[in-house]
Design a protein around this ligand. Structure first.
Ligand SMILES: O=C(O)/C=C\C(=O)CC(=O)CC(=O)O
Length: 217
């Protein structure tokens, strides 16, 4: 290893919810990084380039080059950051609470987001809005019920955890797909509290190097 460790490089798209999860983790842990934008729509999708495919065969963002390896899959990246840069921790000490954090994170990362991802909506065609609304709503109905048992100020108790890193970007997607948030007061309250934190602000899709002018804050 060289004396001066190379800065991590994040391959990101401003409004990819999965990229945003990782940007929040990097911000919370105070890790400085360089960002390489990958535009998922321009030129038919830059993620399909041979160059990017060599980096991540799944042709998705985010990807993170760090400590001499390249990682994809947002939660795997976040767990690596947690294990190598443990402060501040994004997992509670208590095993039951840790399990609840993972349950909520998986619920969003595996149970909601993939069903409304760009690649799926492309296949769905005209009905894509209705499709995304249905899956986000049914996922949020379950999540609202779960949070009523686990939440304090944030998803699990009063400390920011991996669950919160997944929640905020998914709520942004819900808003984008015009999901009625009325039935989800707990999700709405936690989302609002989290958006007040600096790490969630700096990582926000409206403040990225690749955010188009009309979507900037
Ligand atoms: O329409 C676009 O600009 C392209 C892609 C996205 O926003 C990101 C996604 O694929 C959805 C997601 O983050 O869940």
């Amino acid at each position: 290893m060289s004396a001066v460790a190379a800065k991590p490089i994040l391959y990101s798209y401003f409004r990819s919810s999965c990229s945003w999860r990782v940007r929040i983790a990097l911000a919370l842990k105070g890790i400085s990084y360089d960002l390489v934008p990958v535009n998922l729509v321009k030129d038919g999708g830059q993620q399909f380039s041979a160059e990017f495919k060599a980096l991540n065969p799944m042709k998705q963002v985010p990807a993170l080059k760090i400590d001499g390896i390249t990682l994809s899959q947002s939660l795997a990246i976040i767990h690596y950051l947690e294990e190598t840069r443990p402060n501040p921790s994004l997992l509670p000490q208590d095993p039951k609470k840790r399990a609840q954090v993972r349950m909520i994170a998986d619920h969003i990362v595996s149970g909601i987001q993939p069903l409304q991802n760009l690649g799926v909506l492309k296949q769905i065609g005209e009905r894509k809005m209705e499709w995304a609304q249905n899956y986000i709503s049914s996922g949020f109905q379950a999540l609202e019920q779960i949070l009523q048992h686990t939440a304090g100020r944030y998803c699990v108790g009063d400390e920011v955890s991996m669950a919160d890193l997944c929640l905020v970007p998914q709520v942004a997607n819900a808003e984008r797909f015009k999901v009625d948030m009325g039935p989800y007061p707990t999700i709405t309250r936690i989302n609002k509290a989290l958006l007040e934190l600096e790490a969630f602000k700096v990582s926000h899709p409206c403040r990225q190097p690749d955010t188009p002018a009309e979507l900037r804050a």
